[in-house]
Design a protein around this ligand. Structure first.
Ligand code: ADP
Ligand code: MG
Length: 247
């Protein structure tokens, strides 16, 4: 853990509704630079919606999201700029099918960030090497396994040099034998001190990667604890019930 104590993200009283339905009911959360926050909670409790709000994919109805001092819940946010600093990887790898692995990865760095092609390509190849997929750089997504596609999706996000990475159940649609290779990439990022918010249902992984566990239920945060504490002695009955089902 390279915890410098610097607050990167602060969410206060965040409210989000779909129509009449309040799905985030006053979320308070702080993320310190270098820290890995794992969000757990039953299906439908609002985990994905929370991550999507942090990345501007959902407008919010109340509260504040302060990111490096900028209010992301307010008007006039330059999301194009902010999203370069907040990387996100979803459950379903959204690689462009008609582009090679390398072209998928370079799209953002070249078109959005207007980086120098040679330098961006070098970084892309370094990252591919790190996840063990340099030899697949000219392949098309259809030629890759689910686990490989998901590792490419992570590289694509990393190649924008984000300050924080959001992961939303990135192994949920993978065959069991491919889950490990993707989780190992994320564990490697944690070791390097990447700030991350991770939504997962992999309890062993949550325990080993998380600096903190945030347990959500029905649109609220019920409990924030260190993994050791959370998994052995959760403070709330709802968390205990959740653990009884998932462990
Ligand atoms: P989780 O990721 O924890 O499973 P979600 O954030 O996906 O939960 O969903 C939280 C709640 O919001 C659920 O009840 C879900 O049905 C609802 N919801 C999510 N997205 C939408 C949407 N685009 N329109 C309406 N309701 C939605
Ligand atoms: Mg979800």
């Amino acid at each position: 853990m390279t915890n410098t104590g610097e607050l990167l993200l602060e969410v206060q009283g965040l409210q989000k509704s779909f129509g009449e339905r309040l799905v985030l009911n006053g979320i308070d959360l702080q993320v310190v630079k270098g820290e890995v926050t794992v969000i757990l909670g039953p299906s439908g409790c609002g985990k994905s919606t929370l991550l999507r709000c942090l990345n501007g994919l959902e407008p919010v109805q109340g509260g504040r999201i302060s990111y490096s001092g900028q209010d992301l819940a307010g008007p006039q946010v330059n999301w194009r700029e902010v999203r370069q600093r907040i990387g996100m990887v979803f459950q379903n790898y959204e690689l462009f099918p008609h582009m090679t692995v390398l072209d998928n990865i370079l799209l953002g760095p070249l078109k959005v960030q207007k980086r120098e092609p040679k330098e961006a390509r070098q970084q892309a190849e370094q990252l591919l090497d790190r996840v063990g997929l340099l030899d697949r750089k000219d392949a098309y997504p259809r030629q890759l396994s689910g686990g490989q596609k998901q590792r490419i999706a992570i590289v694509r996000a990393l190649c924008m040099n984000p300050e924080i990475m959001l992961f939303d159940e990135v192994t949920a649609s993978l065959d069991p034998e491919m889950v490990r290779e993707v989780l190992d990439v994320i564990l490697g990022l944690a070791e390097q001190g990447m700030t991350m918010i991770i939504v997962t249902h992999e309890m062993g992984f949550a325990k080993s990667v998380g600096d903190r566990i945030v347990f959500m239920d029905q649109g609220s945060i019920c409990e924030i604890a260190e993994p050791q504490q959370f998994f052995t002695q959760p403070a709330t009955e709802r968390a205990q019930h959740f653990l009884d089902i998932f462990q």
